[in-house]
Design a protein around this ligand. Sequence first.
Ligand code: NDP
Length: 302
Amino acid sequence: MAKLLEGKTVRDQILSELRPRIASLPRKPGLAVVLVGHDPASEIYVRNKVKTCHELGIHSEHLTPPATITTDELLALIGELNARPDIDGILVQSPLPKPLDEGRVLQEISPDKDVDGFHPINAGRLSINAPGLRPCTPSGVMEILKRNAIETTGRHAVVVGRSDIVGKPMAMMLLHANATVTICHSKTLDLPAMCRHADILVGAIGRPAYLTREHIKPGAVLVDIGINQLKTRDEVARIFANDEKKLMAFDSGSRVVVGDFHPGDAMELGSAFTPVPGGVGLLTIAMLMSNTVAAAEARQKV
Ligand code: NDP
């Protein structure tokens, strides 16, 4: 039976370590969150980010330009935020409505204020293991591993997923932590066999309960980054083995989510497992706060 690697404990530790650092800054850290248009899921994420800022005493500004804003207008807005001395971090919530040019917008953010860690300069810094702002979700995974004393040196880590914001930086961070790393993706041949080599198996694909017992080497550490909302009652019944609580939640219209791992198989075969919900997802905002404080410290030369 796998040990559950709960995100809450690690998140609370990280947030409580940030408080004295915030208090000792000459000026409150400032985070600007830009949410273009009205995407309901993005609105929830942004609300949670702003709420955590308030709880920690980070100054936050929530900018909500309409979906009709042009790329040039958005670039100008980011230019203004880049120039503001009281703003240490800028986050543009993705996905941006089409036809906005997300790549150009993200590259306009000053790399020193790029608290999402998506700017090519920060991707480059990560690649050469130089100091810089790192993507929040994989950073959160590294904190979970470190704070649960999970050894990475010399172990074989397999990361399934190669996106620029999750899979690739995750693989890079594990490599810098001295793991031997394999990256898999949708064109990988015989994914189950690849995954069965993993001492640490990371799922970052966005497919509900896709990684099952055939992918898991018994005793592996299983890190589940995927967050997938289940759409049918049949899926809920199948994945959660007719768990009554999950079915009742689904029937009452609540969001039922599952990660990229089949939770029953992961619990049975893994030595440790990050649950969904309650695992990696809880760390992402904490790492955003951590990046904002780090950016503020660097800019205020603390
Ligand atoms: P993307 O869709 O950008 O990338 C998915 C990756 O998975 C791609 O590299 C794709 O391969 C690969 N993939 C898809 N299907 C398969 C398959 N059948 N076999 C092997 N590889 C496959 O997603 P993201 O990286 O943005 O997000 C991944 C998951 O993480 C999502 O569920 C997302 O919701 C979640 N997430 C969670 C966060 C958190 O806070 N916990 C934060 C961010 C994301 P290819 O490149 O070949 O297409």
